[in-house]
Ligand binder design. Structure first.
Ligand code: AQP
Length: 332
């Protein structure tokens, strides 16, 4: 009998234009995993609306992210590519799991704590329950593995807790998922403030590189990246700006940081920045060209996301029905 392929679920939210952090921490790694796993790659638009979105921009970004997935090398025929809001089971399962989650565990999420500092009392309730929707996304497909950057590790651990609790209370229902954190590029930092992660909702555009930034903009942003006055290329926490540049290079080239450091003996930050900019441009330029082509072919994109939604819906509904039945809801 043919062994079942292990299942992967992952997604990116269209809350802003995607950064190099989203690419290196998530999408680039998916490309390598698609052969070995049965993959569900989702544009998680319901997560994006946890903060205010301009409707027209949200629509554009949703399709652009789908295009970025494909342009980065995710093959639509081999994987299930879909838009989260097209599969209503995500919202329904999220409610059922909300009723099995605790305020205390959600209040401990560092992303919520960080964001609540920014929004204060007017923070949206959706930002509080966001990790439960994320658990629903993952558990509906019985994902074995969830490739994410380090920033999402805590949310994934909560998904595991929620799955284990449901399994204990109502009998085994969900696969308990594992995080898959990439060896290189798991946390790309802000170019202007390397103590915080590169984020698409950051206000200072010099802090991030967008996947769709033109080459000259990429070069300018890298040349302005904050370093230090030490002047020697070292991979150490005392030089967080330089460490971040090495991490970017290491992630794009797939070479360990120590090897990169060795190759800069006797060289300075100018050479390092030049090489980092060159490597980002050569990695992103072909992707950008394909994205532009795909964005001009809305019929093709529609075909992909409709097919994806049909397939995802079938699997997700099966799990949702199981959940409803175990909880005691009467089947129609
Ligand atoms: N800086 C980063 N380095 C490595 N991985 C990262 N990811 C995000 N930023 C970095 C990974 O990208 C995937 C998708 O993330 P998301 O869009 O769902 O949410 P996020 O983690 O909250 O990303 P942002 O860019 O920081 O969005 P905003 O600013 O809107 O909150 C995840 O796997 C994440 O780990």
């Amino acid at each position: 009998m043919e062994e079942r392929k292990k299942i992967i679920f992952s997604g990116v939210k269209p809350s802003g234009d995607l950064t190099l952090g989203n690419y290196l921490g998530a999408i680039k790694n998916w490309v390598n995993l698609q052969e070995e796993y049965d993959c569900y790659f989702c544009v998680v638009d319901l997560h994006a609306i946890t903060v205010k979105q301009e409707p027209k921009e949200l629509r554009r970004r949703t399709l652009e992210i789908l295009s970025i997935y494909i342009a980065s090398g995710i093959v639509p025929e081999k994987n299930t590519l879909f838009i989260q809001s097209h599969v209503s089971a995500h919202s329904e399962a999220s409610w059922l799991l909300n009723c099995n989650s605790y305020m205390g565990e959600l209040g401990r999420m560092t992303q919520f704590k960080d964001k609540s500092q920014k929004y204060g009392e007017s923070i949206g309730a959706g930002l509080f329950t966001y990790p439960v929707l994320m658990a629903a996304d993952i558990l509906l497909y019985n994902a074995d593995l969830v490739p994410v950057g380090i920033d999402q590790k805590q949310h994934l651990e909560l998904s595991r807790d929620i799955a284990e609790r449901f399994n204990r209370v109502y009998s085994p229902t969900f696969t308990v998922p594992d995080a898959y954190i990439p060896t290189f590029g798991a946390k790309i930092m802000d170019l202007q403030d390397p103590s915080k992660k590169m984020s698409k909702s950051e206000e200072n555009p010099n802090g991030y590189i967008l996947i769709m930034d033109p080459p000259e903009v990429i070069r300018k942003k890298v040349s302005r990246a904050v370093t230090d006055s030490i002047g020697v290329v070292n991979y150490t926490d005392d030089q967080p700006g330089v460490k971040n540049l090495i991490n970017i290079l290491s992630s794009i080239k797939g070479v360990p940081a120590e090897d990169i450091v060795k190759s800069y003996e006797g060289l300075g930050y100018a050479e390092l920045k030049r090489d980092v900019a060159d490597s980002i441009v050569s990695e992103l330029e072909p992707i950008q060209n394909k994205v532009r082509d795909l964005m001009n072919d809305k019929t093709y994109l529609e075909e992909i996301y409709k097919k994806g939604a049909d397939k995802a819906n079938y699997v997700a509904m099966k799990t949702l029905r199981k959940m409803q039945k175990k909880i005691g809801l009467i089947p129609r």
